[in-house]
Design a protein around this ligand. Structure first.
Ligand SMILES: Cc1cc2nc3c(=O)[nH]c(=O)nc-3n(C[C@H](O)[C@H](O)[C@H](O)COP(=O)(O)OP(=O)(O)OC[C@H]3O[C@@H](n4cnc5c(N)ncnc54)[C@H](O)[C@@H]3O)c2cc1C
Length: 403
């Protein structure tokens, strides 16, 4: 069978692979996008909460903060481009994130340990009294003793984002050929180009390959597979009776220690009246079973943070596998001797947040247009940085071909 040829072959059609495909093809480069799912975006990207995070995740606050800053800066323009190409509107909630403390110990921890890091980040932070927090979100628990507003965080529905991105990729205005329900099984590289072998025996030849296969990227990145692993997250959505638009004005988060246990309730309101509620974080767990224990853990955290929300009827429940990396930062850049295989993975809990900047940086590598700014940001995410030891990788589920 003759090989299909193109300039760039991308393995993986989640938010990262699709964002890169759209960016690269918009410069006239021919792209083949290979994805194992029945349609694009059924991996971790289908299960995200949808926070565009600037400070909430600890990994936002280290060296990654300048990469996050660039992504946040270009997010609105990127969304406009995707919406124009697809005709799909992606509603964005721009009230920011409220993180609250439910007791004095937690407030002291936030003030002494977390606030200095937030103040050192390139983003604003506003301290709130308990009354101010509750005036912003009246359904917050009476137990709230204070909190912080992170006003530059955004929130969107990742399924709507993926519908728009998929529309942009399939719009036909750019030369992208999508192979869905097709699994890449091998990737060979040499001085003249790359060749990807597919499970049905077909092959794709290209100048460059981009590996954006989410938590399964290690299959194609032998030098990094020890540092890449799934991080399971369970979440569900609820709908307050009668709600037809955002039931809260902010996304809301807390770290709660009670009864000898820790809870991390996170609520992200949706434009259509639902609220996504999460979330668990299980490193090195590679199955997508939604357990009753995980649902109960989330529900208890929500009952403490916003008691009313714990009474709202539960709708969809899901689990997703974040593409974890050992230092929780993305791995972006060439990984082979010939500079023809580019890694674009390891985004952990920040893939939705980092999609625009990832597309920009990988796009610049493909086009050969890396300038000083791209160079600086790529250095932070470079594949040859030293990684901390990662826990052993457990068996993982196959790609979601039938979900
Ligand atoms: C519960 C949960 C909450 C989250 N919340 C947030 C949040 O609030 N904010 C945020 O920024 N991020 C969040 N994330 C993280 C975010 O979802 C991920 O970082 C992001 O979706 C990763 O995108 P990806 O394209 O790298 O991977 P994926 O979306 O997993 O896509 C990888 C694709 O590769 C394909 N694939 C794999 N192997 C092969 C192969 N051999 N051949 C062909 N195709 C293959 C799969 O079919 C899949 O479609 C959350 C994740 C979870 C699970």
């Amino acid at each position: 069978m003759p090989a299909e040829t193109c300039d760039v072959v991308i393995i993986g059609g989640g938010v990262i692979g699709c964002a890169i495909a759209h960016r690269v093809a918009s410069r006239g480069t021919s792209v083949v996008l290979v994805d194992a799912g029945q349609r694009l975006g059924l991996g971790a990207s289908d299960g995200a909460m949808g926070g565009i995070l600037t400070q909430t995740e600890p990994s936002c606050l280290g060296p990654l903060s300048s990469v996050i800053k660039r992504s946040r800066d270009i997010y609105p323009g990127w969304l406009e481009e995707i919406q124009a190409a697809s005709g799909v509107e992606v509603p964005v909630l721009d009230g920011g994130d409220i993180q609250v403390a439910l007791d004095d110990d937690e407030m002291r921890r936030l003030e002494s340990k977390v606030l200095p890091q937030w103040q050192n980040s390139p983003f604003a932070v506003v301290q709130l009294s308990a009354a101010e927090a509750r005036s912003l979100e009246p359904l917050l628990s009476e137990r709230v003793v204070g909190g912080f507003l992170l006003p530059e965080e955004l929130a969107l529905d990742p399924r709507v984002l993926m519908a728009a991105l998929t529309g942009a990729v399939l719009s036909g205005r750019t030369p992208i050929r999508v192979l869905s329900a097709v699994r890449a099984v091998d990737l060979r590289t040499g001085p003249g180009g790359v060749e990807v072998e597919l499970h049905d025996g077909r092959r794709v030849s290209a100048d460059t390959a981009v590996v954006a296969a989410g938590h399964l990227s290690g299959v194609f990145l032998p030098h990094h597979s020890a540092y890449l692993f799934p991080i399971k997250g369970v979440a569900f959505d609820v709908r307050p009776p009668g709600a037809v638009t955002y039931p809260l004005r902010h996304h809301v988060f807390a770290e709660i220690r009670q009864d000898g246990r820790e809870y991390y309730p996170y609520l992200v309101p949706r434009y259509d009246g639902r609220v996504a509620v999460g979330v668990t974080y299980e490193e090195n767990v590679g199955d997508v079973t939604v357990t009753a224990a995980a649902i109960e853990e989330i529900r208890r955290g929500v009952a403490a943070l916003m008691p009313k929300a714990a009474t709202w009827p539960i709708g969809r429940r899901w689990a997703g596998l974040r593409p974890g990396s050992a230092d929780h930062m993305p791995i972006l850049g060439p990984v082979d001797d010939h500079g023809r295989v580019l890694a674009a993975t390891g985004h952990s809990g920040l893939g939705v947040t980092l999609a625009p900047v990832t597309a920009e940086l990988v796009g610049a590598l493909v086009d050969g247009t890396v300038g000083p700014r791209e160079k600086e940001l790529l250095a932070i995410c470079r594949p040859d940085r030293p990684f901390p030891a990662a826990p052993p990788t457990p068996p993982v589920s196959p790609p979601p071909t039938a979900r």
